[in-house]
Design a protein around this ligand. Sequence first.
Ligand SMILES: *[C@@H]1O[C@H](CO)[C@@H](O)[C@H](O)[C@H]1NC(C)=O
Ligand SMILES: *[C@@H]1O[C@H](CO)[C@@H](O)[C@H](O)[C@H]1NC(C)=O
Length: 186
Amino acid sequence: MVSKVILMTFICFTINSIVIGHFIQQNDIDDIFVSGIKFDLNDPKLNDNVTYYSYHIHVYFLRTSFKERNEAIQLRNRFLNKFNVSSCNDHCETWCPRICHWTLNMSPVGPHPIGSWGVYIPLEQFTQTISFISMYHGSLTVLIHPNSGRPKIDHLINGLWIKSILPLNQKQLSDNAPLPSHRIIN
Ligand SMILES: *[C@@H]1O[C@H](CO)[C@@H](O)[C@H](O)[C@H]1NC(C)=O
Ligand SMILES: *[C@@H]1O[C@H](CO)[C@@H](O)[C@H](O)[C@H]1NC(C)=O
């Protein structure tokens, strides 16, 4: 009797692994992520002569989940306090004078498909801020992407994800953003 139960459990496990293994494949992730992108990912020139001027961190949460929303708000408060972050006066697509944050998005905004909050990160603060978010993201999904003045490539191809990969709204990402030299006023 006991051996039958063990055998059945083993068979169920095996079938499950085969089924799950079949459904979650690298190609599926690539399909979600890369479908519709017109860049040739194997083109060695794609990232030639490119400068990363800064990074953005985007933290995602399901606004319908009270628990996740709370977790995201708490992490945001903790992050903003820890790094003394003031609010951004600008989109800061490639460059801003200091670390800064945008407002909390309770619903999809721009390329972000669910609730989110974000911060602009100067290169000098990359290590501390990314270490912090990597340690304390809890159950939240995070995107860290560079800003080279090519929002589409920066978000869709060269970004780093923590925990999960979300399908971004590609239509909201432009090919080019103004470079810092056009921005620096003083
Ligand atoms: C690299 O970029 C700089 C500045 O945009 C430009 O002046 C230079 O010609 C570029 N070099 C190559 C090899 O494309
Ligand atoms: C916090 O940042 C502001 C600028 O946004 C700066 O004036 C202030 O000195 C900073 N405080 C600390 C403790 O670093």
